[in-house]
Design a protein around this ligand. Structure first.
Ligand code: HEC
Ligand code: HEC
Length: 279
């Protein structure tokens, strides 16, 4: 008796799961359909600047190709698309849009990405394993950043970054580096000629604390300072938009999401839609 009740309960639980699961997905889809104000802007920019040639909703016309769900366009990074829109394609019928502000172009691209089948909102983002290889490999992220105990000390540890940042915010941090703009590498030469290159972590009237790229801290008295010079360029490279394809960027983002324990792309995608709504 007891046993059959337990079996029944298990069966009931299974039935509930089967019924809830499709419901949850359709709910996610509905959240996704909500009109987003910046996307609406993007739709209008497309309507008034591009539709005459690329057709209503960018699906193409006899004058210009489809840009809405065209794999060629999907493969372009945001930086490449921005450049096409701002500079045109010389020698073709694709004009330059000098008059569109970078905000308008960003909204337009967000809208185009949405038309592409919303890859980055729903099937977001990529392969965390590949992302890990990119992080540790040629892009050199791990020269500066640490994830899960592997990497450098000179920039912030990114292991938990995605716990408080959406996929879109991570994308922004990598491509626009705005939060990193202020961080410059310093070159310090002291009286006896010894030279240190690193990041000034602390400074007061008498001393500064410099962290060199190997992670070591050096206390340098200002009275002992011969030269202190900051790099004109931010420490975080600003060219990842052209260095990484969209796919590679998605791989990286999914790696960050995964290390922070956010391995559910559907959930993150939904949350990043919510972020858009709050904008
Ligand atoms: C006067 C007509 C015209 C207008 C207006 C126009 N385009 Fe184009 N566009 C073209 C043509 C023609 C091409 C194909 C160029 C070629 O032969 O490579 C093109 C190509 C492109 C491509 C590359 C497509 C690919 O397959 O690589 C993109 C992206 C693009 N346009 C975006 C836009 C956007 C966004 C707007 C609005 C801001 C816009 N275009 C407005 C005519 C136009
Ligand atoms: C040469 C060093 C360097 C490299 C290489 C580098 N970054 Fe950064 N990054 C920084 C610095 C400096 C900051 C500013 C945050 C801090 O450390 O104070 C930063 C900030 C960030 C942030 C925002 C985090 C925060 O704490 O504000 C993210 C996300 C990020 N980097 C990701 C990457 C990824 C992904 C790569 C590789 C594609 C990369 N970075 C490569 C130095 C670097």
């Amino acid at each position: 008796m007891n046993r059959s009740i337990r079996v029944l309960a298990t069966l009931a639980a299974l039935v509930v799961v089967r019924f809830v699961a499709p419901g949850a997905t359709s709910q996610a889809r509905e959240g996704h359909k909500k009109p987003l104000s910046s996307l609406e802007e993007g739709r209008q920019v497309l309507g008034s600047n591009c539709a005459a040639c690329h057709g209503i909703d960018g699906k193409g016309s006899e004058r210009a190709p489809n840009i809405a769900d065209n794999p060629n366009v999907r493969r372009l990074s945001d930086a490449q698309l921005t450049s096409i829109i701002a500079k045109g394609i010389p020698g073709t019928g694709m004009p330059a849009f000098h008059s569109l502000s970078s905000t308008r172009i960003r909204e337009l691209i967000a809208y185009l990405r949405r038309l592409e089948g919303a890859t980055r909102y729903i099937r977001l983002p990529g392969d965390p394993g590949k992302g890990e290889a990119i992080f540790l490999g040629r892009t050199g992220c791990s020269n500066c950043h640490m994830i899960a105990g592997r990497g450098g000390f000179i920039a912030s540890d990114l292991t938990d970054y995605a716990r408080t940042h959406s996929a879109e915010q991570i994308r922004g941090a990598i491509l626009e580096s705005s939060s990193a703009d202020q961080v410059r590498l310093a070159t310090v030469i002291v009286q006896d000629g010894e030279k240190y290159v690193g990041r000034v972590r602390n400074e007061d009237n008498f001393s500064l604390q410099l962290q060199t790229l190997d992670g070591a801290f050096h206390l340098i008295m200002k009275s002992d300072l011969k030269k202190l010079e900051y790099d004109p360029q931010p420490l975080m490279p600003t060219n990842f938009g052209s260095l990484l394809t969209r796919g590679e960027l998605n791989d990286l983002i999914s790696y960050l999401l995964k290390t922070a324990g956010n391995s559910d792309p559907q959930k993150r995608a939904k949350e990043s839609d919510m972020d858009d709504l709050e904008e």
